[in-house]
Design a binder for this molecule. Structure first.
Ligand SMILES: *Cc1c(COP(=O)(O)O)cnc(C)c1O
Length: 425
């Protein structure tokens, strides 16, 4: 029992054949240790081939640009949509901060849209309501719409795209967590004007850190690339007609990405397998419910993370002392630098039994985390407009994430489910 290794939420996992090291070595051997080069080009080709293949055998012709992070991809997509200071951008509230922070980099304003109960993603009804109300209040339509594939679950592509088209507003799909998820057999990120991918250490595949933007055409991809390399004009010296960024992917990182592409399908299959096991093993635990994809064949989630909810009236061992102590480190310990918290609680947090479950599971060496806290409940966005039915806020109180990914074995899943039952008993 004490021999157990901690089961983390989601860890990077290299190909058994070691392709990552082969391509990284190639970068060194050929001295392409710079933010461009053969690995970057080849990785872009691989990603485009992946994004362009539909399940029915037909193909698309999107182009992909590799960048230093998914956050950079969101930033450049917003620029590509013409977002400027003072503009408004509609963004799903239930998400990681990288979906909305780049809006503020541009001096624009995020307007948060609530979730639907089925997918936990942007509610199309609230989206349209927000569009009309912003037009009424400001005289202008928002400049872009950013739906997010939370934990890999597809948003309702059909309705969101229809609404976006109706008002002529471009869509930036944040598919950072949804790499390889499909809607009607088509890869997420290929429906909108732009699609964001992330290769951070904990995502479906990794380049240690990195991201990519799926673009509609070669021309648009070239424009993104121009902005990603400091926006230089064609002179023998540095001539600038626009503000650019240093956002291109390193050729070393792209080598890791090329290797990871060889195991992408395996990773996705494993995430789905783990989800199916949780669904089966937790089916008869009262008050605990796995977040499942809609019973609608258009949806095909990658289950990047497996999420569940626990009813407020389910007692979890130790919940009387939940939140009694101020936390001194980042939850999980691996999240980098955080500011020390002044208080043990905030005005919007998971229920006591969810926090107790997290602590109980940690004692069992299982990492279990709260859901993303809705952005409109973040102090930094206190002044932002929001259109919600409270779905994401309610989910945040009862939800939690369970370990997924290639490192999680069948035995691990059985153990995790037994631990959950023990916590409740
Ligand atoms: C990970 C992530 C991103 C991009 O993050 P990077 O760490 O910058 O690659 C964007 N949006 C969401 C929802 C994410 O989870």
């Amino acid at each position: 029992m004490s021999e157990r290794k901690t089961i983390y939420l989601c860890l990077a996992h290299m190909s058994e054949a070691g392709f990552e090291q082969k391509y990284v070595k190639e970068a060194f051997d050929t001295n392409w240790v710079v933010p461009m080069g053969p690995n970057v080009n080849a990785f872009e080709q691989d990603l485009a081939a992946f994004a362009n293949n539909k399940s029915d055998g037909s193909t698309l012709d999107r182009s992909v640009v590799c960048l230093s992070a998914g956050t950079a991809a969101v930033h450049l997509a917003l620029i590509g949509c013409g977002v400027q200071a003072g503009d408004e951008v509609l963004v799903q509230s239930f998400t990681f901060c990288a979906s909305s922070h780049p809006i503020t980099y541009l001096g624009a304003k995020p307007v948060f849209v609530g979730s639907e109960p089925t997918t936990w993603n942007m509610d199309p009804v609230l989206l349209e309501k927000a569009i009309l109300d912003r037009k009424a209040k400001t005289g202008r339509y928002p400049k872009a719409i950013v739906p997010v594939a939370l934990y890999g679950m597809p948003y309702d592509c059909e309705r969101i795209m229809a609404i976006a088209d109706k008002y002529g507003i471009p869509v930036i799909e944040d598919a950072a967590e949804g790499m390889g998820s499909r809607f009607c057999g088509q890869v997420l990120g290929t429906f909108g004007k732009y699609g964001v991918l992330s290769f951070n250490g904990n995502k479906m595949i990794t380049t240690s850190g990195g991201g990519a933007l799926i673009c509609r055409s070669r021309e648009e991809a070239n424009e993104v690339m121009w902005y990603a390399t400091q926006a230089r004009d064609a002179y023998p010296y540095y001539q600038h007609t626009a503000i650019g960024y240093n956002y291109r992917m390193s050729n070393v990182c792209a080598g890791i990405g090329r290797g990871q592409m060889t195991v992408l399908d395996e990773h996705i299959a494993h995430h789905k397998h783990v989800q199916a096991m949780y669904e089966k093993l937790l089916a008869d635990v009262p008050g605990v419910k796995m977040h499942q994809q809609p019973a609608d064949e258009r949806y095909d989630a990658n289950f990047w993370l497996c999420a569940a909810t626990i009813a407020p009236d389910v007692h979890v061992k130790g919940q009387e002392s939940a939140y009694k102590e101020v936390i001194k480190t980042a939850v999980g310990g691996a999240a980098g630098v955080i500011h020390a918290a002044d208080e043990a609680t905030t005005d919007c947090q998971p229920n006591d039994n969810v926090e107790a479950l997290r602590v109980f599971m940690l004692g069992k060496k299982v990492e279990c985390r709260p859901l993303w806290k809705p952005m409109h409940k973040q102090p930094v966005y206190a002044d932002a407009a929001v259109y919600t039915n409270g779905v994401e806020e309610d989910l945040f109180k009862v939800g939690f994430c369970l370990p997924a990914g290639p490192y999680v074995t069948d035995d691990d899943v059985r153990y995790i489910c037994e631990c959950i039952k023990e916590a409740i008993a």
